[in-house]
Design a protein around this ligand. Structure first.
Ligand SMILES: Cc1cc2nc3c(=O)[nH]c(=O)nc-3n(C[C@H](O)[C@H](O)[C@H](O)COP(=O)(O)OP(=O)(O)OC[C@H]3O[C@@H](n4cnc5c(N)ncnc54)[C@H](O)[C@@H]3O)c2cc1C
Length: 366
């Protein structure tokens, strides 16, 4: 885990030009910032501002800014569509054989070495390169015939950067339910971007042949999603109801939020949330380590309603988030690359055009 100060140093040392050229390769210049962005330690706007202070022109950071914009875009879609992102958003997924997870994916037995290796790494380290996430989703949905939802939850469970907006919508993008075409890749493409040189796999064929691919029977085996999250047991809280209560959660672990102010700080871990979107022990431990960086943060395991009942006179303060709509109290805006939340989030490229224009203006005058 990186401390906040280390993170800032790492952002300052990003080479955005190398990033744009190499990000699609598994050995490319990716930043691994996502776990900290997803957990709300830093935000996309802070990342870009910090990098721009290094003296780059907007042209040099454009490619990097566009990737940050994907994240904000997915968050906006989630904010606008709420739980509808758990269902096929634009088109119904075609070619669905089942609603479970292909066993070959869970067992890292796809026969494609670069993918199987990356699945082991995902389970161990909680990270997978973006391109490999796309390949994995492609295999699960577009080759092995799974509906995207359960495999997405499996991947989310393991990712330290698990962000249900980016996750569900990326899976939907690959499966063709949030895009107009299913994503496909063949072995040659995988070899090129992962530095492997494998031949003879089930997808070692031309793109046209992928359309009518006959796969071995074992790739039709499926497993249910059986994951759950063991939340910590915690001591009773002591709250000073004369002071505001700042609500932190799995998506807001900001160490700078009202830092040095006299407030109550409570990390709310709602069992109902983790039942719906389970995370691994690895991910929970990572989040609790981040929580340790926030001084005098107390943990409450229970739903918001029971917390509110226990402290009826408290003034709650929380950050806007699609998962916080049932909180009551003072809601604060988050930082975005494009703070205008009324921009319709129906197409990334429309969203990016607006964002790009606003950023060009912002950094031209700075
Ligand atoms: C199937 C699938 C599932 C995904 N699930 C998640 C998830 O649960 N959580 C998550 O944060 N991202 C998810 N992504 C998006 C992307 O893979 C990760 O954000 C990225 O790989 C994180 O690594 P990084 O920080 O090294 O990225 P970098 O390439 O260094 O990018 C810098 C930042 O830009 C943003 N970003 C980059 N690429 C994307 C992208 N394609 N979509 C959205 N934001 C992007 C991230 O905030 C990232 O930290 C998923 C993508 C796919 C295809």
């Amino acid at each position: 885990m990186q401390t906040y100060l280390n993170l800032i140093k790492n952002i300052q040392s990003i080479d955005p030009v190398r990033y744009a050229k190499s990000r699609n390769y598994t050995n490319g210049g990716v930043t691994k910032l996502s776990a900290y962005i997803a957990r709300g330690v830093i935000d996309t706007s802070l990342v870009l501002d910090t990098l721009m202070q290094e003296g780059y022109s907007f042209n040099e950071v454009r490619g990097f800014a566009q990737q940050l914009a994907w994240r904000d875009f997915f968050q906006r879609v989630w904010q606008q569509q709420l739980t509808a992102i758990d269902t096929d958003l634009k088109h119904v997924q075609t070619g669905v054989l089942h609603q479970q997870i292909p066993s070959a994916i869970i067992d890292a037995q796809t026969g494609i070495d670069a993918i199987d290796h990356a699945i082991h790494e995902l389970e161990k380290e909680g990270y997978m390169h973006n391109h490999v996430r796309m390949y994995t989703a492609f295999l699960a949905c577009n080759v092995m015939g799974a509906h995207w939802l359960k495999p997405a939850k499996w991947m989310y469970y393991h990712l330290k950067d698990g962000d249900w907006g980016s996750n569900a919508l990326s899976w939907q993008w690959v499966a063709g339910t949030f895009s107009n075409k299913k994503y496909i890749a063949n072995q040659e493409n995988i070899n090129r971007f992962t530095g492997s040189n494998q031949q003879g796999t089930m997808i070692d064929c031309a793109y046209e042949a992928l359309e009518t691919l006959q796969i071995p029977e074992r790739f039709h085996l499926k497993s249910p999603l059986t994951h759950s999250t063991q939340l910590p047991s915690v001591k009773a809280l002591e709250i000073d109801e004369s002071l505001p209560v700042l609500l932190y959660n799995y998506y807001n672990l900001s160490p700078t939020w009202y830092a040095n102010e006299k407030v109550n700080r409570v990390l709310l871990l709602e069992p109902s949330h983790f039942e719906q979107y389970p995370i691994s022990q690895n991910c929970l431990d990572f989040a609790l380590e981040l929580a340790n960086e926030i001084s005098e943060l107390h943990i409450y395991v229970g739903d918001f309603e029971s917390f509110e009942m226990a402290y009826p006179n408290a003034q709650f303060v929380f950050k806007e988030h699609p998962l916080n709509n049932h909180y009551r109290g003072k809601e604060e805006a988050r930082n975005w690359l494009l703070s205008n939340h009324s921009v319709p989030a129906n197409s990334f490229f429309n969203y990016w055009k607006k964002c790009e224009k606003a950023l060009e203006k912002k950094y031209a005058s700075s």
